[in-house]
Design a protein around this ligand. Structure first.
Ligand SMILES: Cc1cc2nc3c(=O)[nH]c(=O)nc-3n(C[C@H](O)[C@H](O)[C@H](O)COP(=O)(O)OP(=O)(O)OC[C@H]3O[C@@H](n4cnc5c(N)ncnc54)[C@H](O)[C@@H]3O)c2cc1C
Length: 438
């Protein structure tokens, strides 16, 4: 192609141009949206510096891709995508930490660690990338036992926008290290993370099936049980729509007891089996990997989402249940119970400051891909009562890059601190395809 980009000084850096089959294959995997002008695939820190130089010379907006699952939120039309695919190594170090390339997926991490009896708390889906999830926080099946992924982070390797390679930690560039734990992709091009794993040969967990006809009663009793649960027990409530003929709407609680003593796990889970509307369960001692969902192809739909970090008082539960049932379209809803180790991390310790909320709630309505804005507004309307109660949310689930949302992601003191780090490490604000700290 006549306007194809090549590297100005060396051809070491792999560049993919539109029309190149590898370009299409490398498009952000989950969303499929966005039309960058060029994709750069560095394999070394020096090549990252070269990609940054190219973007500067051509005036191209920069975005960074690890697993590609956040791409729907941060498209980069006409820009340069730094695709970190070459940084996907997973290495168990002598000091007991695991050094992980940013483009590894959480399924790959779980598989690599399983033979060693180790686990890193991550998300619930195999093909989500290590980079985006970790920089935003990382909320997974062990959230009550060991906190967020960032709460287990020891160091972050990155290339700064002025071309330096830094290994940020509690002792080297500690303020940058603080910002990287929840501040997203605002401060440099991250290559690798060092994360402290949890020794866990197996978990006790699985799915408890519920009668979906009285969700309010089930959710209220579930909340009460979780308020008494040990930290080892994490649980997520899930409500699913009908999945074709013969598969009616369903409700379930997915539980994970972070311990391999089956009797102790079953004792911790027992109160949940007494909840109103329990239909059955498949609780067992099993590998952690069993709880990590297979890779997903995103459905070709227009999604209308809502989420937030909340306390589960009775009114909130009533409004939530009304919102979940409030619109005639397939709706997925979940509530992840928090507290435990997540809640004990002081607000100032990481840039993920909101630690005092009881749960993360989520509702997703799936409309036809060509649904007009009026239909999307109608789908959002039942969530309005819940939305007015939400004062904080988790950036990794926010599907829009809107500076007006920053106060929901960061309390004022955190935002001020993040701005100071941004001024130092990205004074030109070159990294904007993120929850941009402006
Ligand atoms: C199906 C699905 C399930 C999910 N489940 C969970 C879950 O259980 N728990 C949870 O916490 N989250 C979950 N998420 C949200 C997920 O954490 C975010 O979408 C996250 O951004 C995905 O990371 P990624 O590397 O795959 O995405 P990418 O699109 O590659 O990255 C997202 C953003 O992160 C930044 N970034 C990524 N890599 C780098 C880097 N190397 N250097 C600098 N900046 C970088 C960039 O701003 C980029 O736009 C889920 C998302 C999906 C789609």
């Amino acid at each position: 192609m006549s306007d194809a980009l090549t590297h100005p000084r060396s051809d070491d850096l792999e560049l993919l141009n539109p029309g190149d089959p590898a370009f299409e294959a490398a498009r952000p995997r989950y969303s499929g949206v966005g039309d960058p002008a060029v994709i750069a695939r560095p394999a070394t820190d020096a090549q990252i510096v070269a990609a940054l130089a190219l973007a500067r010379e051509r005036g191209l907006p920069i975005s960074v891709r690890s697993g590609g699952h956040g791409a729907r939120a941060f498209p980069n039309p006409g820009g340069l995508v730094i695709d970190m695919a070459a940084f996907d190594d997973i290495e168990l170090l002598d000091d007991g930490t695991v050094r992980i390339g940013t483009a590894a997926t959480w399924g790959e991490v779980a598989e690599a660690l399983a033979p060693h009896g180790l686990v890193i708390t991550s998300g619930d889906t195999r093909d989500v990338g290590v980079g985006g999830l970790t920089l935003g926080g990382g909320m997974g099946w062990l959230v009550r036992a060991v906190g967020l992924t960032i709460d287990n982070l020891e160091a972050v390797e990155l290339v700064t926008l002025d071309g330096r390679s830094i290994r940020a930690s509690a002792t080297v560039e500690p303020e940058l290290f603080w910002a990287l734990r929840g501040g997203g992709g605002n401060f440099g091009i991250v290559t690798r993370f060092a994360i402290r794993p949890t020794r866990l040969a197996a978990i006790v967990g699985g799915t408890i099936r519920l009668d979906p006809s009285d969700l309010a009663a089930a959710l209220t009793a579930w909340r009460d049980a979780m308020r008494q649960a040990p930290d080892e027990l994490s649980a997520t409530f899930l409500s699913l729509p009908a999945m074709g003929p013969g598969v009616p709407p369903s409700a379930q609680i997915i539980v994970c007891y972070a311990g391999d003593d089956e009797a102790a796990g079953r004792a911790a889970i027992a109160p949940l089996l007494e909840l109103p509307g329990v239909l059955g369960d498949d609780i067992a001692r099993r590998p952690y990997l069993d709880l990590v969902n297979p890779a997903m192809t995103p459905p070709p739909v227009r999604m209308v989402g809502g989420h937030g970090l909340v306390d589960l008082d009775d009114d909130l539960i009533a409004d939530y249940v009304a919102a979940v049932a409030g619109f005639e379209a397939p709706t997925v809803a979940s509530i992840r119970y928090l507290g435990g180790a997540f809640g004990r991390v002081p607000a100032g310790a990481t840039a993920f400051a909101v630690r005092d909320k009881e749960a993360m709630i989520f509702r997703l309505v799936m409309l036809p891909a060509d649904a007009p804005d009026e239909l999307a507004a109608a789908a959002a309307a039942p969530w309005e009562r819940v939305r007015t109660r939400i004062s904080a949310t988790y950036g990794n689930f926010v599907e829009a890059a809107d500076p007006a949302l920053l106060p929901l992601l960061y309390p004022p003191a955190t935002l001020e601190r993040l701005r100071a780090v941004k001024r130092e490490f990205d004074p030109e604000n070159l990294l904007t395809r993120n929850h941009n700290i402006v």
